[in-house]
Write a protein that binds this ligand. Structure first.
Ligand SMILES: [Zn+2]
Length: 86
């Protein structure tokens, strides 16, 4: 486990040892957990409604935290282009 979302504290905790594309993947993963909780996504909604909720959540999250995009870009630029995550 490289990180987790704490729904009570509304915070994301990352392993200090991760970097590059893995760090980007973990931040996106944990922020998606945050959106899942904040948007009260229901597993029974079906694909379109679920994807719409995540799309709206991501749009608002990035609008309200534009430096997140800069952080992602900085980490992507430091990434080995042949790195494949599993
Ligand atoms: Zn997870």
């Amino acid at each position: 486990m490289w990180g987790y979302y704490d729904p009570n504290g509304k915070r994301i905790v990352l392993d200090a040892g991760i970097s590059g594309l893995r760090a980007v993947e973990v931040v996106i993963h944990e922020l998606t957990h945050a959106l899942y909780h904040l948007k009260s996504v229901n597993p029974r909604w079906g694909e379109e409604k679920t994807v719409t909720a995540f799309g709206l959540g991501w749009a608002h999250l990035l609008r309200d935290n534009p430096k997140l995009l800069l952080w992602i870009i900085a980490h992507i630029l430091k990434t080995n282009k042949t790195e494949v995550l599993t």
